[in-house]
Design a protein around this ligand. Structure first.
Ligand SMILES: CC(C)(COP(=O)(O)OP(=O)(O)OC[C@H]1O[C@@H](n2cnc3c(N)ncnc32)[C@H](O)[C@@H]1OP(=O)(O)O)[C@@H](O)C(=O)NCCC(=O)NCCS
Length: 171
């Protein structure tokens, strides 16, 4: 994959058809907090009410077409020093280094956009090896195993905690 074809930008309502292609895929949403989106109308509402107002959610684009997302969600008040990281990519593009490249771009940018931010956190299901590898390739540190930490798709899961500080270097 030519890296110059990959970019990050805010979502637009006109992404709806590209967005629905991957957001309707259970393989993409398997480890996400939200369920697959099943109609164009639901996709439009999600972009309008969730993706666009989000403090820092970017579409991963290939030739400016949405093929995934990276989101960085800061906590409120004094805890705004800390933000949670999430991402996903259309299955057709897995294994080509795209999320690693996109997350590197996001990490390099977000500390300037959200100046109170000091720490990024990612929580990953133990069996989600691809996601753990992405975080390691970007330069996140694995902090430990959080046993029975949170629900995902109705089941309480063990999760690995990863972090990246504003003083850390992108690999
Ligand atoms: C996880 C996900 C984001 C990875 O995106 P991607 O663009 O395919 O990732 P990259 O190609 O940049 O890197 C993936 C790495 O994981 C490795 N990998 C993938 N599956 C693996 C597995 N089952 N076991 C071990 N390594 C695995 C790849 O070999 C690659 O590492 P390498 O470059 O050292 O070979 C993508 O599969 C996805 O969207 N999954 C569904 C959503 C999701 O899980 N989001 C994260 C929630 S925490």
């Amino acid at each position: 994959m030519d890296p110059s074809r990959i970019s990050l930008r805010p979502f637009k309502l006109s992404d709806v058809d590209d967005f629905l292609k991957w957001a309707s895929d259970d393989k993409v949403t398997r480890y996400l907090r939200w369920n697959s989106i099943t109609s164009r109308e639901e996709a439009l509402t999600y972009i309008e009410k969730v993706a666009i107002p989000h403090p820092w959610r970017r579409s991963i684009c290939l030739d400016d077409h949405s093929i995934g997302y990276v989101s960085i969600f800061p906590e409120a008040g004094e805890d705004r020093c800390r933000a949670h990281v999430g991402y996903a990519l259309a299955t057709d593009y897995w294994g080509q280094g795209i999320v690693t490249a996109a997350l590197k771009m996001a990490v390099s940018r977000v500390f300037q956009d959200l100046p109170d931010l000091v720490r990024l956190e990612a929580l990953v299901e133990v069996e989600n090896k691809g996601s753990q590898r992405v975080l390691e390739k970007v330069g996140f540190s694995k902090e430990g195993l959080l046993r029975k930490y949170g629900y995902c798709k109705g089941e309480i899961r063990d999760m690995f905690a990863y972090s990246f500080l504003s003083t850390d270097k992108v690999l």
